[in-house]
Design a protein around this ligand. Structure first.
Ligand SMILES: [Zn+2]
Length: 393
């Protein structure tokens, strides 16, 4: 299934070779997957001078769907896709989860019950992946710490499982993930013309600076789910206080409120409020000021590029990625950052093993977290197609 996802429709022979399986095992597997409508045969292709025409195998998956959910402080987004990857339903529900940490779970629960009842009735749900701001312990589905939601060791997976039980949906895959892990997965796998087995480092987020590492096309989570936390890389321990409790983290220097304040556009307190209320507008203020040649803003962005370059130089050395991707507010501002970052990392990238690392900015703001969540949910189906589905009558 993953081979066809990554290579498109393929002959049985090519899939068998690509997966290191014998052709007869492959033929049995394909009839099993066809009986569940997970794959289908396309019309025969006749090759000149070849013997029997071959019928390529393509993903089908129309009877099944996978659901991505993004829980943010001001909205809950949904995107459902078929196992073949076609989006069949999406929704975006405004909420306010800032005011009360205690009431948050009840609000989320009500929205999930109400909205998930809208899933297409002709598709059976196989997997749900939920992206949320904060540190997530992957193996237990627990939000270890979300400063923005005010959660500490909160079992979000239990809430999702309760919702599923209430909707009478059982035995499906449920995953909880950090929002920027999912954004990075989407950026690396879908938005860049990279190989399916890409290695990438992602820095993004809108209200805060989040990050992730994608290895061989999959989120690299480390031992428990915390890998890739570059936003709190230690730039200078005598630097400004960071919300995480340290001093001089990357985020304390290049976080969006700090850029607005140091660029002279507003006080730090006003900037924090603006970013919390409307981060899209906050980043647009900076981008407009930079485009208009505002000397203070351009100076702050130059300094930020130098600091980002220091951290990314280390990241490139640690991970040796194909791509370093700037998304979120850093992506919007990337036209003013990339030259400085490339200059700061040029000693590293002069060495052949690092020389092909591309540092790229995604200037467009798209619902990357919910799309990444849908992608991860769909991957869960492709990783266990026989465990999550049943033969169709
Ligand atoms: Zn920090």
């Amino acid at each position: 299934m993953r081979y066809v996802r990554d290579n498109g429709s393929s002959s049985r022979h090519d899939i068998a070779q690509g997966c290191g399986l014998g052709i007869s095992t492959m033929t049995d597997l394909i009839s099993e997957l066809r009986s569940r409508r997970l794959v289908k045969e396309l019309d025969p292709i006749r090759r000149p001078a070849a013997g029997r025409p071959t019928r390529p195998i393509a993903l089908d998956g129309e009877p099944w769907c996978a659901l991505g959910i993004h829980i943010d402080v001001d909205q809950v987004r949904f995107s459902a896709v078929t196992v073949g990857g076609r989006e069949v339903w999406s929704a975006s529900i405004p909420v306010d989860l800032r005011s009360s940490a205690a009431e948050g779970p009840g609000i989320i629960r009500d929205i999930l019950v109400r909205e998930m009842a809208q899933l297409p009735p002709d598709k059976e749900l196989l997997a749900v992946e939920v992206g949320v701001t904060g540190y997530v312990t992957r193996d237990t589905g627990t939000v270890s710490w979300s400063a923005r939601l005010g959660w500490q060791d909160y079992s979000l997976i239990s809430l999702v499982n309760d919702v599923l039980a209430e909707l009478d949906i059982r035995r499906i895959h449920v995953g909880i993930a950090n929002d920027c892990h999912l954004a990075g997965l989407h950026a690396a796998r879908v938005e860049l013309p990279s190989t399916p087995h890409t290695v990438a480092a992602y820095l993004g987020g809108m209200r805060g600076l989040g990050s992730s590492v994608v290895i061989a096309g999959e989120i690299y989570r480390g031992a428990h789910g915390g890998a890739g936390d570059f936003g709190h890389a230690n730039v200078d321990p005598s630097g400004p206080a960071c919300w995480c409790g340290r001093h001089g983290c990357l985020e304390s220097y290049v976080g969006l409120p700090r850029l607005l304040a140091d660029g002279g556009l507003m006080s730090l307190a006003d900037a924090e409020q603006q970013v919390d209320a409307d981060p899209d507008r906050a980043v647009q203020l900076l981008a407009d000021a930079a485009a208009g040649g505002d000397a203070d803003v351009l100076r702050v962005l130059d300094r930020s590029a130098e600091i980002l370059g220091r951290v990314l130089d280390d990241v490139i050395g640690l991970v040796n990625p194909h791509e370093v991707i700037l998304g979120g507010y850093l992506g919007v501002l990337s036209p003013y950052l990339l030259a400085g970052i490339r200059q700061r990392t040029e000693v590293r990238t002069a060495v052949a093993v690092f020389s092909e690392t591309e540092i790229v900015g995604l200037t467009e703001v798209v619902p990357r977290v919910v799309r990444g969540a849908a992608l991860a949910a769909r991957d869960a189906c492709l990783n266990d197609p026989l465990g999550l589905t049943r033969p169709l009558g």
